[in-house]
Design a protein around this ligand. Structure first.
Ligand SMILES: Cc1cc2nc3c(=O)[nH]c(=O)nc-3n(C[C@H](O)[C@H](O)[C@H](O)COP(=O)(O)OP(=O)(O)OC[C@H]3O[C@@H](n4cnc5c(N)ncnc54)[C@H](O)[C@@H]3O)c2cc1C
Length: 595
């Protein structure tokens, strides 16, 4: 899919030492605060009234769980300033609440990021492909979502998404965005309701989408505390009501710093939410412990925003939330090397007009590389386990290609963390002819398929870093039978000659033979752009407890507890955050003010 293919912005090549981020951590810069008084279409305010947030409110000391003083007060506190946080904040403010956003990372001004055209934050939203699923029919859309999620997402949630989802293009129009549309884009076209899946692709990708949202937030003077990481929810232990958020506020970094920004020593901050808190902290792509204990396969690596460390999920868990979709991702298999925590952006179904196949640890193809489901659901294939060894048969997977593809372009896609500035975790840019990666030993080569198998077998392939929280042997030895890899390639080339793939039905136009030596192998690990799991939410955007009851005054949006199990198509996440931002924002604003 073209979806994740965000054009790389010019970024200096850099070879950063790998780094380890603190989770839950993260100088406090306040940018205004305003409240809207009337809801316009799709959550945009018609009129706006300036209301400053209160500060330093003292509280009763008879309740030990209450902070001795509140440093900030707002009606609705939105935690995380990616797309989910921005849409939620706009909707809450439009519904009459004064809103304060907390964002873990510093403002881009304080990081002196060259060419930055947003105030800061942005998360995965800012680096995404800008695809947005728009169901063209509410009933079919809801049915499709329900089937995709195996019923784990109740029908009322699917309906809430589909009903408002049909109006997403109007929301994009209101933001002044231009987009192209694609019909019949479902990755699982055989599931009921699939014909409803259309995609709107925003011109300029996620960068344009978040820029427009950021402009709207700035125009409405909604308060943002940058460099402020929420660490805990403040909750009444008797009623479970969420009263506010504990946070750590970090000093603004030196504007001359070019190293990656990391949370370090900060000051505690207590922020009161007079109406509600909305968790919009993204996923847990960079929390090894949660990945290892939640995802269906490990190691799993991601190529997005390194500050998404599952903070919202942890806070919600402590507040008694039920988790869902913790074993689901939007992903496939991706290149990862121990030099960085980040993986590289990769599409199984890209570059298929060049010679390229994917094989397991034994040198065998195992699926149709041209399948629509390869886009964001290929990862579901990777948990095949060989109990006789025992080992995962497809971890790592190898992309096998030949000299034609090597010289025609990178083996991988641009975008993801490659497009980020160094200060926010940008990775080394992949060379256009793969020569640097061959030189580093990331890509193995052989003059024949058998020689390539020997090259793979003589390597120790490292899948994770042992200094992370998960400590297990990092290196994997693979033992591909040279005859098996040779016959896989021979068979595949015969299929290309015949124009038919009898094994997996790969589409004819992509049957391009591996004919020009040398041959290459790139190891790939489970992963992709993002995780989906987090606190379970209902159709009102409320976070639910273990009994299925709403935790009072707690809402969520976006990747922090996404509704998706299987992924509908590129654009599912942007679609959800636009819809549930409006729902959660409006419902959070509609809570009865505590004071
Ligand atoms: C390369 C790439 C391409 C993609 N392409 C697409 C696409 O085309 N279409 C699509 O629909 N989806 C796409 N996705 C997925 C999509 O970008 C995300 O699912 C979506 O943007 C999530 O939005 P969010 O606001 O929930 O999270 P994010 O946008 O990641 O924002 C979360 C924010 O919360 C902040 N935060 C984290 N913890 C804390 C804390 N404790 N306190 C305060 N702040 C905190 C983070 O710093 C971050 O700014 C892509 C993802 C990637 C990585």
């Amino acid at each position: 899919m073209a979806e994740e293919k965000k054009q790389s912005q010019p970024v200096d090549p850099k070879g950063m030492a790998r780094r380890k981020l603190l989770t839950g951590a993260v100088g406090g810069l306040v940018v205004g605060a305003v409240a809207g008084t009337a809801i316009g279409s799709l959550g945009f305010p018609k009129t706006v009234t300036q209301v400053q947030t209160q500060t330093s409110t003292t509280t009763s000391v008879s309740k030990p769980w209450l902070p001795s003083k509140w440093d900030q007060v707002a009606d609705v506190v939105v935690v995380g300033y990616g797309g989910a946080g921005a849409v939620t904040a706009l909707a809450a403010q439009a519904a009459g609440a004064n809103v304060l956003i907390l964002e873990k990372t510093p403002s881009l001004a304080s990081l002196a990021v060259p060419g930055a055209n947003i105030s800061g934050g942005g998360g995965n939203t800012h680096i995404n492909g800008g695809l947005v699923v728009v169901p063209n029919d509410a009933a079919n859309g809801a049915e499709h979502a329900y089937y995709l999620c195996w019923g784990t997402t109740p029908m009322p949630v699917c309906q809430a998404w589909a009903n408002l989802g049909t109006q997403i293009n109007s929301y994009l129009d209101n933001l002044g965005l231009k987009y192209t549309t694609q019909q019949n884009a479902a990755e699982m076209p055989n599931l009921p309701g699939a014909s409803s899946v259309t995609i709107s692709t925003v011109n300029g990708g996620g960068a344009a989408l978040f820029h427009a949202l950021d402009q709207a937030v700035q125009a409405k003077k909604i308060g943002i505390l940058f460099g402020t990481a929420a660490t805990d929810l403040i909750q009444d232990p008797t009623t479970n009501e969420v009263l506010g958020v504990s946070a750590t506020s970090y000093p603004a970094p030196s504007s001359s710093s070019t190293t990656v920004w990391q949370p370090s020593t900060g000051s505690p901050l207590n922020i009161k939410a007079n109406r509600a808190v909305v968790l919009c902290t993204g996923g847990f792509e960079y929390d090894d412990q949660t990945k290892a204990s939640s995802l269906k396969m490990y190691p799993a690596h991601f190529y997005g925003w390194i500050y998404n460390t599952g903070d919202g999920g942890r806070m919600a868990s402590k507040a008694g939330a039920m988790m869902w979709h913790m074993n689901e991702i939007s992903g496939r298999c991706v290149p990862w090397f121990p030099d960085h925590d980040e993986a590289y952006s990769y599409q199984v179904s890209a570059q298929l007009t060049y010679p390229k196949i994917l094989v397991d640890k034994y040198g065998r193809r195992y699926a149709d590389e041209s399948s629509p489901a390869a886009g964001h659901n290929w990862w579901t294939l990777l948990d095949e386990f060989n109990i006789s060894v025992p080992e995962y048969s497809r971890i790592p997977t190898f992309m096998i290609f030949d000299e034609t593809l090597r010289t025609k372009g990178g083996a991988i896609s641009s975008g993801g963390s490659q497009s980020l500035p160094t200060q926010l975790g940008g990775t080394t840019v992949w060379s256009s002819d793969n020569s640097a990666e061959i030189g580093r030993g990331w890509i193995m080569q052989g003059s024949t398929p058998a020689a390539l198998a020997a090259a793979i077998n003589s390597s120790t392939i490292v899948g994770w870093n042992n200094d992370d929280t998960v400590t297990v042997p990092a290196g994997i030895k693979v033992n591909i039978d040279p005859d098996v890899l040779t016959s896989t390639i021979t068979d595949y080339n015969n299929y290309c000659a015949n124009g038919v793939d009898p094994d997996f039905g790969r589409s004819k136009s992509t049957l391009i033979p591996l004919a020009t030596p040398p041959f290459y192998a790139l190891p790939l690990w489970p992963g992709g752009p993002n995780t989906q799991g987090g606190p379970r939410r209902n159709e009102k955007g409320q976070v639910l407890d273990l009994d299925g009851n709403p935790i009072p005054r707690l809402y969520s949006n976006g990747e922090c507890g996404s509704m998706w199990a299987l992924y509908p198509a590129g654009g599912g996440d942007n679609s959800e955050l636009v819809v549930f931002g409006q729902i959660s924002g409006q419902n959070a604003a509609a809570e009865t003010p505590r004071d």
